[in-house]
Write a protein that binds this ligand. Structure first.
Ligand code: C5P
Length: 233
């Protein structure tokens, strides 16, 4: 069975601990405007007309997910998270394989709740018209330095540098092959695109909105709160 031609399955790796948040629970379960960050993220994905369902990778010992109303949503599927982010994504792809579901998938970090519908549109259009797929990304604005022992070693040319954001959209079979081979060969994979790059492929870069940042540190919560209230207006 294929994912419907005009539809995409969203994969949300949500099995991380988010230790840099220094919170009493994984960051995806912190509350903003009465809902967890994970619920905001999933609601954003599910509200897009081209997202068929959301497969969420959650740690097996996670005590929080089952208390959320999204855990009862028929368009939300829980799978087991893995040791690293790439293992969690692979677990979601394994599930799709078991269901014999193939087609386009869009992997999105649980901790990026401020994703806009317009950016999802842009990503889908670009990925579908590209032979490999595409990722949302933001050109680097600041002058970049390479440091060593707290001192500047070198200024790095920023003209071609981008911040890789999510979602990142690929065909499920291509992503499965690239990720599983890379993990087997112990190649370090930090995002989905890096697995495809390792296979010699060049996904497209699609300029995404800076609102779509990843909540990482405690001070990021106020910014996310601001963007999420702006979206409600
Ligand atoms: O830690 P970081 O913010 O880079 O994690 C990116 C995403 O990957 C988060 O949504 C996190 O929950 C997820 N993750 C995961 N499984 C892991 C580690 C991280 O699903 N083992």
């Amino acid at each position: 069975m294929s994912i419907k031609v005009d539809q995409v399955v969203a994969i949300v790796p949500a099995a991380g601990v988010g230790s840099r948040m220094k919170a009493d629970r994984p960051k995806q379960y912190l509350i903003i405007h009465g809902k967890t960050i994970l619920e905001h993220t999933v609601a954003k994905l599910l509200s897009h007309p081209q997202v068929e369902c959301v497969v969420i990778a959650v740690d097996d010992s996670d005590p929080y997910f089952s208390d959320l109303s999204i855990s009862q949503n028929s368009r939300v599927i829980r799978v087991s998270g893995g040791k690293e982010r790439a293992d969690s994504v692979l677990s979601a792809l394994d599930f799709l394989n078991e269901q014999q579901k193939s087609g386009w998938v869009m992997v999105h970090d649980a901790a990026r709740p401020c994703l806009s519908s317009a950016d999802i549109d842009k990503l889908i259009d670009s990925a579908r018209s590209h032979p490999v797929g595409a990722i949302l990304a933001a050109p680097v604005r600041d002058t970049m330095k390479r440091g060593m022992n707290g001192m500047i070693k070198q200024t790095v040319e920023r003209a071609d540098l981008w911040h890789a954001l999510t979602p990142q959209m690929f065909r499920s079979d291509d992503l499965y092959t690239a990720l599983s081979e890379a993990l087997e060969q112990e190649v370090e994979i930090t995002d989905e695109a890096s697995a495809l790059e390792w296979k010699g492929l060049s996904p497209a870069l699609v300029i995404g909105c800076s609102d779509n940042f990843k909540i990482t540190q405690p001070e990021d919560l106020a910014l996310a709160e601001f963007y999420l209230s702006k979206n409600k207006e």
